[in-house]
Design a protein around this ligand. Structure first.
Ligand code: AHR
Length: 483
């Protein structure tokens, strides 16, 4: 019998709800025939957004939603996405060369903000700094956030149906500026960042937080050189790196070895956070700048989703993706002293998605259920934990007198029986155990079998002498709520 001990006296602080953040870029089928079906569609919708997704998404308490890209942001003109929909231009978007689909701009600022409100997510706007001027970013912020009856752009927002400011609190200044976002050096980008953040200062009327483009995965050089050049010259809330653990074999028909490869690579998120944190500390010893991971997930070869390759980057999501999501969220919880936000890429019909949809069909993926299980950690006080079995990924937190423990079993085919106890933390008498598991690690949901992978009904177990015993299925995820 393995042991997990929760240490009631050791905490890294509060788990920011924004760690449970999402990303919905204009790419492939994320919006069109995914999240968005249009107001006149026979498919049930709320002001154009697929009702199935709105209803399911709000359940998991999405804290924040990043938009409009990704790479898409770096050629996006926000003015194309406001005003009467029938007058909006059709434009070539960033991804046109990959899939020959043009952007209708049917989903623009007002639609996106409406979606955020429907599901209870805070908007996180990624600003274009590669093909727009600082003045245009400033204008966009003015349009979004200036109070009613102040400027002409605020009046235009009112004419377009939203007199009150949208109160956008998070702005990304650029995306992947080491690559698609301008191929800059860290020093060049730092100068651009400083310029944009400075120019936008005068319209920052609501204390909005700026997020700078961080490194691509293991590029510590970017982090170190950006921080050195930036040298706290202006406002910066967070530095965002991207980490895709990539692919290993087929998204669905992978081998045990490929399971292990990808799970190991995803587990490296922990080392990555520690290394970026160390690189930042040299120039920010007081940890004023937070770490954001605004794109993370698996990046399988495309074509395994229901559109059979029509939707760019669309991929099926199995129990492997669910376990990877679970261990990644455990890692973020356990580094909540450094990680202030994270956004899984992406929400629908794309990489590591929570929803697959098309026409009248819509389903949730196993990854959705992980976010459902883990929502109890949001805003809770993280507690350190120790496990005798290193193949278990664990995080724990306490809120309102209750303790939440989430366990991901990284083993392809080995169940783990574990006794859970606590040190310096009184536990209640009963535990509620909910699991996400399947007989087969390849299990996934399809339009034909939408509930092949779903959460178990919660089971009640007695806490005896301060311990509760749990069996964690192979390739499974279990949540234990105590007290
Ligand atoms: O998530 C897909 C793409 O991956 C994003 O647009 C980009 O930022 C990253 O390279």
């Amino acid at each position: 019998m393995e042991q997990i001990c929760i240490l009631g006296c050791e905490s890294r602080g509060i788990i920011a709800p924004e760690i449970y953040g999402h990303f919905a870029e204009h790419i492939g089928g994320v919006y069109y025939d995914g999240l968005w079906v249009g107001e006149d569609s026979p498919i049930p919708n709320i002001r154009g957004f697929r009702k199935f997704i709105v209803d399911k998404f709000r359940v998991i308490k999405p804290a924040v939603l990043r938009w409009p890209g990704g790479c898409f942001a770096e050629t996006y003109n926000w003015r194309d996405g406001i005003g009467p929909r029938e007058n909006r231009p059709k434009t070539v978007n960033w991804w046109y060369n990959n899939d020959r689909r043009v952007e209708s701009n049917a989903v623009g600022t007002h639609e996106f903000m409406d979606f955020c409100e429907m599901v209870g997510a805070k908007p996180y706007v990624a600003a274009n700094i590669t093909s727009q001027t600082p003045m245009e970013m400033r204008n966009f912020m003015e349009y979004l956030n200036m109070p009613e009856n102040t400027t002409t752009l605020a009046a235009q927002r009112a004419e377009n149906g939203h007199p009150a400011p949208f109160d956008v609190k998070y702005f990304g200044i650029g995306n992947e500026n080491w690559g698609g976002g301008g191929n800059m050096t860290p020093e060049q980008y730092a100068r651009e960042y400083i310029k944009y953040a400075t120019v936008c200062g005068s319209v920052n009327v609501n204390g909005a937080k700026y997020i700078a483009c961080g490194a691509d995965s293991w590029n510590m050089d970017w982090t170190e050189r950006f921080m050195r050049e930036f040298a706290h010259r202006t406002n910066l809330w967070g530095l965002a790196f991207h980490y895709y653990c990539g692919q290993a074999g087929d998204p669905v028909a992978f081998t045990k070895e490929e399971w292990n490869t990808l799970v190991d690579r995803a587990s490296q998120m922990e080392t990555l956070i520690e290394r970026h944190s160390a690189a930042m500390l040299a120039h920010d010893p007081d940890k004023r700048v937070k770490i954001v991971v605004d794109e993370w997930g698996c990046w399988h070869p495309g074509g395994s989703g229901p559109s059979k390759g029509y939707n760019l980057f669309e991929q099926q999501s199995t129990m492997r993706d669910a376990v990877i999501a679970a261990l990644t969220l455990n890692t973020f919880n356990n580094h909540c002293d450094r990680i202030a936000m994270a956004n899984v890429a992406q929400l629908c019909n794309n990489l590591h998605c929570l929803f697959l949809a098309g026409g009248e069909n819509a389903i949730v993926t196993p990854t959705y259920h992980v976010f459902d299980l883990y929502k109890e950690h949001q805003g809770a006080r993280q507690l350190e934990s120790a496990s005798t079995d290193k193949s278990l990924s664990v995080s724990a937190s306490e809120k309102d007198g209750g303790v939440c423990v989430t366990i991901a079993n990284k083993n392809y085919d080995r169940p783990v029986d574990v006794t859970l106890s606590a040190f310096a933390l009184p536990l209640g008498d009963t535990a509620e155990i909910t699991a996400l598991s399947a007989d087969d690690p390849h299990a996934h949901n399809t339009f034909e079998n939408p509930d092949c992978v779903t959460l178990s009904a919660p089971e009640t177990a007695a806490v005896k002498d301060g311990c509760v015993t749990v069996s964690v299925a192979p390739a499974g995820v279990t949540r234990v709520m105590i007290g």
